[in-house]
Design a binder for this molecule. Structure first.
Ligand code: NAD
Ligand code: TYD
Length: 350
């Protein structure tokens, strides 16, 4: 079947994997990547598919309602996979308003444009990509299910929770054919090196301090980014309209265990004596309102759609480290300019 799908945030970390997967797997789809190219968006992430005949790029800010409408008209958009967002919790603590604008206002602009363009006709999907952070913070026991009450605690998760509520409101109020997914922490190639795993890989490689927040005992549930892309593919094509699906790989690690594991892996790969990189670990002031633990119950997705993760964390981390070591040019390119100022400000404070 022919489709013209807008993928927002396609130049970012997860979006670039979704664009690549859809271009490679669905030769009858036209894929329109709509991205503002903020500090986190980089067309380098898609250079291998830039000349694909079914790929188009539109540089646009989703906060600009007219620009969004114009794209819907230009391409006669049939479907949306919405990933564009401000995505970094630490930045949301420094300044929440960009998160309100892109994550809330931008999402509502897209919903309005889809509602007006599709006018209740059949055969469309608006897939909203969200996070498990909307559920708040877990104690030692339990997992987030699709029925867990929303309890966002950071400005980032509050903005994503708000966007999720608008998505569901458009389904209930106007019958917009939405689907939603809430995923745990992703890792893999093309991950901007301000997030834990790529930042640690970068700093281990360059023998810089490894800033672990608080005691390092916060827990995250990590998923290979290509497995998230495969889950989005499954939900977009076969998930039920009006439903949300949790995505995760039952893979919980404390931050300190994870950083130690990365140190050991990189000591091996870089030919350093075992234990050398661990000496770089530096405990720093904790993040304000730091959520203790996230963990996803993905059984609905597994049972209804048959999705399972494809690789173990150990395999995925090894591939990820190899990618960063082989793509130093990419790291240098994306960490130049504005990012450098942010990095200096954040780390000089500690
Ligand atoms: P990212 O920060 O790497 O990429 C975001 C992309 O959105 C960038 O290309 C950026 O240029 C673009 N963008 C930002 N503001 C925009 C605007 N106003 N208009 C148009 N484009 C804009 O983010 P990511 O980690 O790839 O996350 C993608 C989505 O997945 C987000 O919605 C995020 O909330 C969600 N998510 C992320 C994770 C994770 O671990 N990274 C986990 C679960 C869900
Ligand atoms: P992050 O990658 O920012 O993802 P999120 O906050 O969305 O889960 O952080 C993952 C975990 O790592 C989180 O508990 C905060 C912690 N962390 C550090 O200890 N040091 C760091 O430099 C960063 C960026 C994060």
């Amino acid at each position: 079947m022919k489709k013209t799908i807008i993928i927002t945030g396609g130049a970012g970390f997860i979006g670039s994997h979704v664009v690549r997967r859809f271009l490679n797997n669905y030769p009858t789809y036209l894929i329109v990547n709509v991205d503002k190219l903020t500090y986190a968006g980089n067309l380098e992430n898609l250079k291998d598919v830039a000349d694909h005949p079914n790929y188009r790029f539109e540089r646009a800010d989703i906060v600009d309602a007219e620009a969004v409408r114009a794209i819907f008209q230009k391409y006669e958009v049939t479907d949306v996979i919405h990933l564009a967002a401000e995505s970094h919790v630490d930045r949301s603590i420094e300044g929440p308003m960009d998160f309100v604008m892109t994550n809330v206002v931008g999402t509502v602009n897209l919903l309005q444009a889809a509602k007006d363009a599709w006018k209740g006709t059949e055969g469309h999907v608006f897939h909203h990509v969200s996070t498990d952070e909307v559920y708040g913070s877990l104690g030692d026991e339990g997992l987030f299910t699709e029925h867990t009450s929303y309890d966002p605690r950071s400005p980032y998760s509050a903005s994503k929770a708000s966007s999720d509520h608008f998505v569901m409101a458009f389904y209930h109020t106007y019958g917009l054919p939405i689907k939603m997914s809430n995923c745990s922490n992703n890792y893999g190639s093309h991950h901007f090196p301000e997030k834990l795993i790529p930042l640690m890989i970068h700093n281990i490689q360059h023998k810089k301090p490894l800033p672990v927040y608080g005691k390092g005992d916060n827990i995250r549930d990590w998923l290979w980014v290509e497995d998230h892309a495969s889950a989005i593919d499954a939900i977009f094509h076969t998930g039920r309209i009006g439903e949300s699906y949790n995505v995760g790989g039952l893979n919980e690690w404390t931050n300190i265990e994870l950083v130690r594991f990365l140190c050991q892996l990189m000591d091996q790969k870089l030919g350093r004596p075992t234990g050398e990189s661990e000496e770089l670990i530096t405990y720093v002031t904790d993040r304000a309102g730091h959520d203790k633990r996230y963990a996803i119950d993905a059984s609905k997705l597994k049972e209804e759609l048959g999705w399972t993760p494809s690789i173990t964390f150990e395999e995925g981390l090894s591939k990820t480290v190899d990618w960063y070591l082989e793509n130093q040019d990419w790291v240098e390119q994306v960490t130049s300019g504005a990012y450098q100022d942010y990095y200096e400000t954040m780390y000089n404070k500690r």
